[in-house]
Design a protein around this ligand. Sequence first.
Ligand code: ADP
Length: 522
Amino acid sequence: MPDLPPFRNEPVLELRRASERGTLTDALGELDARLPLRVPVWIGDDRRDGAELVSTDPAAPDRVVATAAIGTAAEAEQAVATARDALDSWSRTPAEERAHALVRAAGRLRIRRAELAALAVRECGKPWAEADADICEAIDFLEYYARGAIELDRGAALVQVPGERNALRYAPRGVTAVIAPWNFPLAIPLGMTAAALATGNTAVLKPAEQAPGCALALVEALREGGVPAGAIALLPGAGETGAALAAHRDVATIAFTGSGAVGLELMRTAATLPDGARQLTRVVAEMGGKNCVIVDADADLDDAVPAIAQSAFAYAGQKCSAASRILVHEAIADVLLERLGGAVGVLEVGPADTWGTDVPPVIEREAQERVERYARIAAAQGDVVAEATGPGGPGWYVPARVVADLPADSEVLRDEIFGPLLTVERVSGVEEACERVDALPFALTGGLFSRNPHVVEEVVRRTPVGNLYVNRAITGAMVGRQPFGGNRLSGTGTKAGGPGYLLQFVEPRVVTENTVRHGLVV
Ligand code: ADP
């Protein structure tokens, strides 16, 4: 089997080229002609179609993008049993062979790239550039973990002494339940699934109820790439399906990305050992954030303003890493507010499929209501500095808003809102900004704009976040370049797309052999 070339990130499309845009627009037309997609519960070779679950276009809620069967408790049981049966063969498959299956799956995604970007546009309201980045990241996860698993399979070096041979090997933990969110409908479910499969585990994917169509394409790619049918199951459904899956006693690892409440629920589930359990369930969780950007008095506002607008409003603030609080030095607060107000006031709020849309609708009605509720509180407590409104309906549109000078105890400054609402606070300096960041229970991403290397060093030392970005936007982590994940209540401290991530999916085994032999057994 040929060695894999070194990892490199999949290049995003150059969307300023008319030809690239044309390809994507054509793909959207072809996709629309096929809607709604039908997504089965898919366990081994059994497919059960159903239409209990309906996913719709956030920009046009009457457009049904996919109808899916909802995995029942019995099907969760069947999926785990099938994955357990497939474990022996898949875990014995050499790491290189598994890696090549994942790399072939990446090839399948490349072939379907335009179609899948169009699907992310339709099903999750991702503007084109975001949809394209999502599929590139999905490809990256396959390629990166394929290589990482080969490396991990070599074990780790231990101290050796005469007469003794020590080896550290990593074995798969077992069946992995992957419970995924909708905001990166390709990259996140596939990243968690690829990590499990690369290291020899089998997996059951429970995608978000808002994105079953995207998930089907992922499982198809994995199977077409050569992952055995029994090793990867698709179990669409909502929270109950995820709960039934996670509670199964043969689930060794739960890989989850989503809200803090559900993450904690899954940790409680994992800590409750059912009768007959023979293994502790590990939870790999990425949860919420409340991401702050510090702007010091010497910041270059030509950099800071567009980077902040991008970080807060791209994909309508629905990235885990999105900026939600700006902590600005009081000496430049008025200038920043004026310029940020100007930048945000001209953002285009509109459908994801329209070239030039900056802020698409939010994912669903519930999200629209939640963000508007916080916006009303913010408007009552502070100053609305900018508001970019879009089409009224029927999509789940929310204006992009900047609100300044909220009281320190406002829930708007505390809660994860997950929408296009950015707050700005004045601080006396970086010291006070760091204290406010440190007071938060979340620690996912953060940003700093400063020209002073001593200030940069001090903020690096003090900030608890998993990913700190200096003098740039705080979203857009790239696999292998910015391993991504938060600390504190933002997650279990793992780093997707980083060197240590695969260790979550394996158990270490040390073998020590006495090599001083006394005679031969014949
Ligand atoms: P969000 O609020 O962003 O939708 P959630 O945490 O609610 O985030 O959802 C993330 C994933 O967790 C989805 O696949 C969802 O269906 C699943 N989920 C929701 N509730 C539960 C639960 N009680 N047990 C297991 N999975 C759940």
